[in-house]
Design a protein around this ligand. Structure first.
Ligand code: ZN
Length: 298
């Protein structure tokens, strides 16, 4: 049907810059539809990756792109896959590049999110500004348990929240029948990227390790990142091992009383001006761990 089945996105970094929702709109990333299973797709472009699951009578969408225009383009792409209506959206977390495209979705569509995601959206709405989420599409069903099994449009879903990681309201979506995981931005940016932790949304580097251990333990073989390509279980395990080793090294250096600059050099980070974090305004993983550990020690 002419869908691209391969293709590595180099646009994750740009799209990431939208994460806090207060930045400029990113250059329009082209939409690309990828099929994973007969009824499961992921769509890149216009913000974070979205998942599309075609059920018996309706469609379930995971994450909604950055803007109303992006949300509309997502819906247009879904309409080329199936004539069934979108009935449900599941959000992986509260960042604008995964949420704000909901503005283009039909009124009354069900929006499922972790309870802290809803709190973060309400706070962003109260604060106002360009990155605020659409007020008429706040989550209508919140998940407060660590694991919730749901059947939506005849499709089995497991929704997991182990502990705060990328944000306090992360939700990992697992399709047990298809062995597919949608990880949101807990895992984003490819095989070797450091994790992005939003401390301002009570994310946690230690929580990231707990969460990715949980993800790696799921019986799945395709892991859709929040930005970037689909990973294998071996890729996820390698990112976990690399991150655990890096965090342990930073912890060791903090215990020795090293400065952040010295630690950055010791772990081989690029200078901050070169993008020590991922995208403008985001502190690097090293900075995040340093802040977490020195605060705790104070
Ligand atoms: Zn994010």
């Amino acid at each position: 049907m002419g869908f691209a089945l391969a293709g590595l996105s180099a646009l994750g970094t740009l799209a990431m810059a939208q994460g806090q929702g207060r930045g400029q709109a990113p250059p329009a990333a082209p939409f690309m539809v990828h099929q994973l299973k007969p009824n499961v797709y992921w769509i890149e472009g216009g913000g974070g990756n979205s998942g599309v699951i075609v059920g018996d009578k309706g469609v379930i969408v995971i994450d909604a792109k950055t803007t109303a225009a992006g949300g509309k383009e997502l819906l247009d792409n879904i309409a080329k896959i199936t004539p069934k209506p979108v009935t449900t959206v599941i959000l992986t977390h509260s960042d604008a590049d995964h949420v704000n495209g909901l503005a283009a979705f039909p009124a009354g569509v069900k929006v499922i999110a972790q309870e802290n995601n809803k709190k973060e959206q309400e706070a962003a709405l109260a604060a106002g500004g360009r990155g605020a989420p659409p007020a008429d599409h706040l989550p209508s069903q919140v998940i407060s348990k660590n694991k919730e099994s749901l059947k939506i449009e005849g499709v089995k879903f497991e929704l997991h929240h182990w502990t705060p990681a990328h944000t306090s309201g992360d939700l990992v979506i697992y399709l047990p029948s298809d062995k597919i995981v949608f990880a949101g931005d807990v895992i984003a940016g490819g095989k070797t990227s450091d994790p992005l932790i939003h401390l301002e949304k009570n994310g946690s580097s230690e929580g990231w390790i707990t969460t990715v251990k949980g993800i790696a333990a799921l019986n799945a073989d395709q892991f859709v990142e929040g930005h970037g390509d689909v990973l294998t279980k071996a890729d996820v395990q390698k990112r976990l091992a690399d991150t655990e080793a890096k965090r342990a090294k930073i912890k060791d250096l903090v215990a020795q009383g090293k400065s952040l600059d010295d630690i950055r050099t010791a772990v081989g980070d690029p200078p901050p001006a070169q993008g020590g974090g991922r995208g403008p305004g985001f502190p690097s993983f090293t900075t995040v761990v340093y802040q977490e550990l020195t605060k705790k020690g104070a």
